[in-house]
Design a protein around this ligand. Structure first.
Ligand SMILES: Cc1ncc(COP(=O)(O)OP(=O)(O)O)c(N)n1
Ligand SMILES: Cc1ncsc1CCOP(=O)(O)O
Ligand SMILES: [Mg+2]
Length: 213
């Protein structure tokens, strides 16, 4: 698959053990317009992770959407996933590139740090992520990032800038207006009563012309 740039709605999976439920929910998000999916499973059940990631890759590819693995370089390599997302505690870009090759998407968590993003871009990252911008139900103790960081990041970086953390349909437009190329969302999608509509509503934020204030 040709690797598209990260842009629009980037859905991240919750820690669900029910694989059918996870696939069904993710299909609804893809039908609603999600343009990238991240498999983020924090359990240590290697067999479950391998099975879920493999099924998600097939599903995503039927929509021509990339599936990115969080944290786990070995799993990304084993499943031939489209990319890997790395935080401060995870592998280095250099190691990931060496194992995965030049074509995979490598995303880097930059928290509230522009210096980290500049370095990641220089080292060949495919996108950088900042956050948490709002209180996150999934990660309540995450570092807080200010909105103006997105504007600064857009001024100096040439790779896509992703925003994460507590993003809902009520606050996402602030991030898009500040320059986010994509929003990465867990709870407001997977805990929604209508996943298809939620994904479609997030996606529409990226196609709307800027409103005059
Ligand atoms: C798109 C995106 N941005 C940030 C993160 C967070 O990564 P990290 O800091 O390594 O934390 P965990 O997600 O591993 O708990 C992410 N996963 N995706
Ligand atoms: C992985 C991560 N990193 C910062 S906040 C967060 C979780 C985002 O999940 P939610 O959309 O439920 O706030
Ligand atoms: Mg991580």
């Amino acid at each position: 698959m040709m690797m598209p740039k990260i842009k629009g709605l980037y859905a991240i999976t919750p820690d669900w053990t029910d694989t059918e439920k996870l696939l069904h929910a993710t299909r609804s998000l893809l039908e609603g317009g999600a343009s990238a999916i991240q498999y983020r499973n924090k359990s240590d059940d290697v067999a479950l992770q391998h099975a879920q990631a493999s099924e998600l890759i097939q599903l995503c590819h039927s929509f021509k959407v990339p599936l990115i693995i969080n944290d786990n370089l070995r799993l990304a390599d084993l499943t031939d996933a489209d990319g890997l997302h790395l935080g401060a505690e995870d592998a280095s870009i250099r190691e990931a590139r060496f194992i995965l090759g030049p074509d995979k998407i490598i995303g880097i968590s930059c928290y509230d740090r522009l210096d980290r993003a500049k370095e990641a871009e220089q080292q060949g990252a495919g996108y950088v992520a900042f956050g948490s911008f709002f209180a996150s139900p999934t990660k309540p103790n995450a570092v807080n990032a200010p909105l103006f960081l997105l504007e600064e990041a857009k001024r100096v970086l040439h790779i896509p800038v992703v925003a994460i953390g507590g993003i809902t349909l009520d606050n996402a437009n602030l991030l898009v207006k500040a320059g986010a190329d994509a929003v990465a969302v867990i709870s407001a999608l997977y805990e929604s009563n209508d996943l298809h509509a939620s994904a479609a509503n997030f996606t529409s934020l990226f196609h709307r012309p800027d409103q005059i204030q």
